[in-house]
Structures are given as structure tokens and as C-alpha cells.
Design a protein around this ligand. Structure first.
Ligand code: HEM
Length: 216
């Protein structure tokens, strides 16, 4: 459901991958279009699909055809991440409260209000980054051909406006129908949120210079 192991390895990369390497962020989902290794709806895949819509470039017909038909290797490489790059954000999770062991979580003994995560992200545009990712990719029940499910970690599990369920999770299988989990419980409760303006260096310089100009 997360799409990474507890050690942070992306599950889409198997140990035998030619370019497995040590960088846990150098990967995409090109070799797993059906979501067999990493389900299409896994949290990290929804949050950052690492793919693209259309090859970018000039409008000339020949160049467009070359890119569209996939003959331009350079454009192909660039465009693999281009459209998702548009929505990418800097992100840090900060845990608070006592860590919960798997046994405690399964037994329901841990008090969920004492333990949680501050989700922090930095971006240039709220609408294009955080809000888009949150609504179009995480909360949406229409993502990558999926139906009746939203983000498996964050979903509220409330039925959609048309009454259809949102509490399922599909795990595509190599040669058969998806394995589906139904009736997922709610894992995360949002307690609050806030947007902050974080001035860049140039803005800070500007503010500093304005103040010094005004002072005697
Ligand atoms: C309590 C809520 C959340 C939990 C428990 C959670 C958990 C996780 C975990 C375990 C990972 C994988 C490890 C990592 O890369 O750090 C991850 C990755 C990520 N999450 Fe969340 N997350 C939460 C909320 C959110 C929200 C609200 C967003 C955005 C709207 C988000 C966006 C991302 C992104 C962009 C990644 C990186 C994906 C990638 O590696 O390509 N998460 N999250």
C-alpha cells in the first residue's frame, strides 16, 4: 500500500534490477505499467507517478511525429518525468508521539491521538503542487483506471458523491484478475493543517532593505 519497504526501498525495484543501485529515488514505473510490482494505487505511486503525458518540444510536424512515435530517445527520457515534475514538491514527514510497534497497531492498543505525523511540504504554488496532488491523485477515486479506491494510507473511506465505495485497494496480478482488498479501515485522521508563506532569499533581502530604509 505504501510502495516502499520499511527500509525505504521502492517495491517496484527488485533486487535483480540491472540499475537497482543504492539510490532509493532513482527509479520510475516504466517497467511496471500494470502495477504488478507496485500497485498503481500505492501511496508513493499516486503521490508521484513519475511518468509523463505527451512528449514536449517544438510544433514542427516532423519533430512532433518523431517525438510522438518515440524515435527521439532524448525527448523520451526527458518526458518520462516531465509532467509529474510540474507537480513535485519538497516534502518531509516529522513523526510525533511514541513509536507504535506493529503488534500494538494490530491489537488496537495504541492511542492514535498520541502518535502521528506532521506532513510538511514546500512548494511555489499551492494549487499546482500540494492541492493538485492531494485532490487529483490521492483522494480521487478515478486514478490510473482504478475505481472505488482512493489513497490507501490517507483515504477517509467515505463513500463518493454518487454513493460508490472508496475503501477498496487493488493489487494487479501477473496473469489474472486483480487481487482486491475491500473494507479498508481509515488509517489517518487529519487533525489540522495550515499554509505558511516562506519568503525566499530575495524576498528576505527586500524586506530587510525596506525596513532599514524606513528606520532613522
Ligand atoms: C499522515 C499522512 C501520511 C503518511 C503516513 C505518509 C506516508 C508516506 C510514506 C511512508 C512514504 C514513503 C517513504 C518516503 O518516501 O518518505 C511517503 C511518500 C510520499 N508521500 Fe506521504 N504520507 C502522508 C501524507 C502525504 C500527503 C498529504 C502527501 C501529499 C499531498 C504525501 C505525498 C508523498 C510523496 C510525494 C511521497 C514520495 C513519493 C515518491 O517517493 O516518489 N504524503 N508518504
Amino acid at each position: 500500500m505504501v510502495g516502499r519497504t520499511r527500509q525505504g526501498q521502492p517495491v517496484v525495484k527488485s533486487a535483480g534490477d540491472a540499475h537497482a543501485g543504492n539510490d532509493v529515488n532513482a527509479f520510475d514505473y516504466q517497467a511496471d505499467p500494470q502495477g504488478v510490482r507496485c500497485p498503481l494505487g500505492a501511496h508513493v505511486r499516486r503521490a508521484n507517478p513519475r511518468n509523463a503525458d505527451l512528449p514536449s518540444g517544438g510544433p514542427a510536424l516532423f519533430s512532433w511525429l518523431k517525438r510522438t512515435l518515440g524515435f527521439d530517445a532524448q525527448a523520451r527520457e526527458r518526458d518520462r518525468v516531465a509532467s509529474t515534475r510540474f507537480h513535485r514538491m519538497l516534502r518531509r514527514g516529522r513523526e510525533y508521539g511514541a513509536p507504535v510497534s506493529i503488534d500494538q497497531a494490530l491489537s488496537g492498543a495504541a492511542s492514535p491521538s498520541d502518535t502521528g505525523l506532521h506532513f510538511l511540504c514546500l512548494g511555489a504554488s499551492l494549487a499546482r503542487q500540494f492541492e493538485f496532488v492531494q485532490s487529483a491523485w490521492m483522494a480521487s477515486t478515478r486514478f490510473d483506471g482504478l475505481r472505488n479506491e482512493s489513497d490507501p494510507l490517507l483515504g477517509t473511506r467515505e463513500p463518493a458523491a454518487d454513493g460508490s465505495p472508496t475503501n477498496e485497494f487493488s493489487m494487479p496480478q501477473p496473469g489474472g484478475p486483480d487481487r482486491r482488498v475491500c473494507g479498508l479501515p481509515q488509517f489517518v485522521t487529519v487533525l489540522g493543517g495550515a499554509y505558511f508563506f516562506l519568503p525566499g532569499i530575495r524576498a528576505l533581502r527586500y524586506l530587510a532593505s525596506t525596513r532599514s530604509q524606513g528606520s532613522p
